[in-house]
Design a protein around this ligand. Structure first.
Ligand SMILES: Cc1ncc(COP(=O)(O)O)c(C=O)c1O
Length: 402
């Protein structure tokens, strides 16, 4: 018997750094501080009205006051299959779809369903802060593959191949990417999929930002382009980012039927079905048109250009133009060691503290994504706050000294 109060596996889980920054910013704001938060990966728009109306109607129907089957409402599983064909060209059957409590839960179900202790999972960095935790919870080992702006934050097949060992079971793939805003080209997606298929490596592909791409960058789905990977591919997705539905908690995992069945068993003892009313709302979302989505995308696109040009104009800061999602990921190493009124931050974690204390602006330091030297700024916030927030950082830097 262990004498520790908290189990080793759960005790090792770090707090979500992105949620922690957001919580701190919200607490300061509640205390009356004029904080501007670039922390949360959350659209500032309300959920489109037709989706809310479907949920209101669902509330009034007693059928929705009951459990649904664990893997989700049959109509929603069917609609997600149809939507997947419509949006990414990947044809799947409803039995291949498991409705989960958000995309995050899909990531957990996927990792716990296929990973065993000792398995290695290739994880390109900078990575979304959640990924390593369910990998470790399964007893598996994240193998981090660093990337930087010289490769557009995109991992290469050569890097993957150099890291492959007999223990390599899976890789995580996300495009458009949180936190970097990178989008892989179709040729790159195909090459990675073919490499995975050749070596029997599972691909966990997170497609939650599929609708948020800009300029001539296009989303492409690994299993659509590479048929050989489908038997070892889990697609992770959800309504949160596309339909401004972060609070509704609906996501899904798509995969081979045996994995979906196993993950359903896991979910049946953990959370059962997703809230019925939320499933009805998600059904309205994925069966509706993409008009509202396009309006939001256009707003993000406008903000993307503003945040990029304002950040890039700050001496000591360089920022890749985000290609997708709603994150800017500037390199801030040129600001480290400068004198900010008697404080000389040596790390981006310390710099983020200074920026929060002095400029009242919350950003997520790159340390949260295994990318010290960078920071993530979400541009899913209002245009005025966005300009004001970056201007405050620029003013703080202008007032700092060597
Ligand atoms: C890459 C990525 N995947 C999945 C999610 C999960 O979203 P949710 O659990 O809100 O559906 C997020 C949210 O930040 C994300 O950025």
């Amino acid at each position: 018997m262990s004498s520790e109060r908290i189990s080793r596996s759960v005790g090792a889980i770090a707090e979500s750094a992105t949620l922690a920054v957001d919580a701190k910013a919200k607490a300061l704001k509640a205390a009356g501080e004029p904080v501007i938060g670039f922390g949360a990966g959350e659209p500032d728009f309300p959920t489109p009205p037709h989706i809310v109306e479907a949920a209101v109607a669902a509330c009034a129907d007693p059928a929705n006051h009951r459990y649904t089957p664990t893997p989700g409402l049959p109509a929603l599983r069917e609609a997600v299959a149809a939507k997947t064909l419509r949006d990414s060209g990947y044809e799947v059957r409803p039995e291949q779809v498991l409705i989960t409590n958000g995309g995050k839960h899909a990531v957990y179900n996927a990792c716990l369903s296929i990973l065993d202790p000792g398995d290695e999972v290739l994880l390109p960095a900078p990575y979304w802060t959640t990924y390593p935790e369910p990998i470790r919870l399964a007893g598996a080992v994240p193998v981090v593959l660093p990337t930087d702006e010289t490769s557009g934050f995109r991992v290469t097949v050569d890097q993957l191949e150099a890291a492959r060992t007999p223990a390599t079971k899976a890789m995580i793939f996300v495009s458009p990417s949180n936190p970097t805003g990178a989008v892989y080209t179709p040729a790159e997606v195909r090459a990675i999929g073919e490499w995975a298929a050749e070596h029997g490596i599972w691909v966990l592909t997170d497609e939650i930002y599929e609708h948020l791409t800009y300029d001539d960058n296009v989303f492409s789905s690994v299993p659509t382009l590479v048929e050989g990977v489908r038997d070892r591919c889990l697609v992770l997705n959800g309504v949160a980012k596309t339909y401004a539905m972060t609070g509704w908690r609906v996501g899904w995992m798509i995969g081979p039927v045996d994995v979906v069945k196993a993950a359903t068993n896991l979910q049946s003892h953990a959370t059962s079905n997703v809230a019925n009313v939320s499933q009805r709302a998600a059904l309205a979302a994925v069966t509706g048109d993409l008009g509202a989505v396009e309006e939001m995308r256009a707003a993000f696109d406008r903000r993307r250009l503003v945040i990029h040009s304002m950040l890039d104009a700050i001496p000591g800061v360089s920022c890749m133009l985000p290609q997708g999602a709603f994150y800017a990921f500037p390199n801030l190493t040129g600001l480290l060691g400068r004198d900010f009124g008697g404080v000389r931050p040596a790390t981006t974690a310390a710099l983020a503290e200074v920026i929060l204390d002095r400029a009242k602006v919350a950003i997520v330091p790159g340390e949260a994504f295994e990318a010290p030297g960078y920071a993530r700024l979400s541009f899913a916030l209002g245009d005025d706050d966005l300009r004001e927030g970056v201007q405050r950082i620029a003013d703080l830097v202008a007032a700092s000294g060597d």
